[in-house]
Design a binder for this molecule. Structure first.
Ligand SMILES: [Zn+2]
Length: 280
């Protein structure tokens, strides 16, 4: 490598978007994020290498590819694995905007007349709809005080991967050539594993449980508590976590059908086909 500064450096990609994280940097562990004074992170467009990385089949389940692209396009982010899940959707939208602009083409079918058309949605509106849930107010129940927190991208990815594996078992087993007895056994095991995963995922959403005597933060103790508490409290905690999580997820966009003028809500996803500019 040359010792001299590269005279081409001024022609390297430049920030195209400045992103304010829904979390404003809260819940990021020390050293994982370098937050500028104005709290706006510069976002660079993807390089050709980023695109290839992201386009790798199963990239959405391949957390490492997503992490590499985030760290390449948002250099202030040093460890994207530690990102609170609530920020990841915003970061990906910002990278998409920096790379291809704020309009995203989307195929949508009208529920009234079944007409399928292509619509342009404004990603700035989608980005504005992503909020950080309130994790400051704990759940009070009897003399317990349960403090929630967002899952990290690492925990989220881990749970998604394991859930995906089990879903695959549930889908493939019924049509397989295995004897019925074996099929039933495999299906039961997969269902049981999915339930177990749900419980252990909830554990990553709990920061601490305070009793009148002590503050518990050990995830193993918290998981054991979730397994052994009564159903009523378990459901209360689970529903609150789901409610919080939905605040940081994509809100549906309003679409007016070009054929019949019917207005309806269309869900937005950032799967691989929609992430990349079709025209490129
Ligand atoms: Zn219609």
């Amino acid at each position: 490598m040359s010792q001299n500064a590269n005279p081409l450096k001024q022609y390297f990609r430049q920030p195209a978007v400045y992103l304010r994280l829904p979390s404003d940097g809260q819940f990021w562990p020390q050293g994982s994020l370098e937050m500028p004074a104005n709290k706006e992170l510069p976002v660079l467009p993807m390089t050709a290498i980023d695109e290839i990385t992201y386009r790798t089949p199963d990239a959405l389940f391949n957390g490492q590819a997503v992490v590499n692209v985030i760290q390449s396009c948002v250099p202030n982010i040093r460890d994207a694995w530690s990102a609170p899940g609530a920020d990841v959707n915003s970061i990906l939208i910002a990278i998409r905007m920096a790379s291809f602009g704020h309009e995203m083409e989307l195929n949508s079918a009208c529920p009234a007349c079944n007409n399928v058309d292509e619509y342009a949605i404004d990603l700035r509106i989608v980005l504005d709809g992503l909020k950080m849930p309130d994790y400051m107010t704990p759940l009070q129940q009897g003399d317990l005080e349960i403090a929630l927190r967002p899952m990290t991208y690492r925990d989220q990815n881990d749970v998604n991967l394991k859930q995906f594996e089990q879903q695959r078992v549930l889908q493939s087993v019924p049509d397989s050539d295995l004897p019925d007895e074996k099929k039933l056994e495999l299906l039961n095991t997969a269902l049981k594993t999915i339930t177990e995963l749900t419980v252990s995922a909830l554990k990553w959403n709990i920061a601490s449980i305070r009793t009148p005597q002590v503050l518990v933060t050990d995830p193993e103790h918290i998981e054991e508590f979730l397994r052994n508490t009564d159903r009523k409290l378990f459901v209360m905690i689970r529903d609150l976590i789901i409610e919080k999580r939905s605040i940081s997820e994509f809100k549906p966009v309003k679409i007016k059908c070009v054929a019949c003028n019917h207005e309806y809500n269309q869900t937005v996803t950032l799967d691989q086909t929609s992430f990349f500019d079709q025209a490129s």
